[in-house]
Design a protein around this ligand. Sequence first.
Ligand SMILES: Cc1cc2nc3c(=O)[nH]c(=O)nc-3n(C[C@H](O)[C@H](O)[C@H](O)COP(=O)(O)O)c2cc1C
Length: 327
Amino acid sequence: MVNHHKFCIAPMMKKTDKHFRFMARQFTKNSMLYTEMIHSNAILKGDTDKLLKFDNSEHPVGLQLGGSDPQSLAQAAIIGEEYGYDEINLNVGCPSKKVKSGNFGVFLMKNVELLGSCINEVKKNINTPFTIKCRIGVDNFEGEKYLENFLSTVSDHGINTFIVHARKAISGLDTKRNRSIPPLNYDLVYKMKERFPEQKIIINGGIEEISDVKTQLKFVDGVMLGRKIYSDPAFLLQVDKEIYSNVTNLEFGKGLQNYMSYILNLDNKKDVNRAITHLLQIIRKISNTREVRKQLLHNIRDNSIDLKDVFDCFKEDLTQKAHLQTR
Ligand SMILES: Cc1cc2nc3c(=O)[nH]c(=O)nc-3n(C[C@H](O)[C@H](O)[C@H](O)COP(=O)(O)O)c2cc1C
């Protein structure tokens, strides 16, 4: 059976929505995808179709939940299971101000008792695999002994898959700086894999090259990449072959065309705009000129232009960068 966790695309708010995930799937079939974090209350009180519906091609895809109320999390997880997610993941790594005031995200690393109650309640109510995404510590809750105790306690509650962002979180730093200022400590994560060989450990943070992914896989079970994938989605074209030894014959041009057709079939303007924002990440890699990007946006929005002509403005650049298909 394929270990889809070998390569994971990180949950990212306002980035890994269903449109981005659809696009990512045009370039990798084997990697694991995750939604943005969705708070359990949003699922219980909001429009669940809008929040949770996804395209069948996205599998395998995990739903990331945020929250710290055991009952609400369990109810949200049940709904996620009904929508067909392959995994439910709990965010135990986000350090934002909002998260701090709600006492969830990484602040659950300070309150393992409450985290345990959340895990018990969710696990009691779903059959879908339930996993945790955490950090190596938060504030003065840090160090080898702390992380070992944390993983041991959480494992005792029945969690067997941990995604570990290899830097601690610092209260008071904004989320962006919390992704760069606290130093990465991969060795500590490797030590945890040695200490808990039965647990699946997926490492995350600052990984950008396929060679580094391969190196990490010598020490842990899986690797998760976030910012690199968002800024360069075509990177994913290497993953099936290089990481899964599985030739899926996905091609850059074809994937792009599929995504364009997808955009043109969206009927909600807000969705189209979000989907285009993701597309521009790719275009940036193909065409550096502003004019080309502007022309492309204009073409997409002009309903009278035929799909095959939408690409005309960067055909030349696309041919020049044909190596993207095979790299
Ligand atoms: C814009 C943005 C939004 C993020 N949103 C989430 C989120 O919703 N849930 C989560 O667990 N992590 C979130 N993260 C953190 C990433 O999942 C990941 O842990 C972090 O970016 C480090 O990985 P990287 O160095 O490969 O980007 C976000 C990161 C970014 C850049």
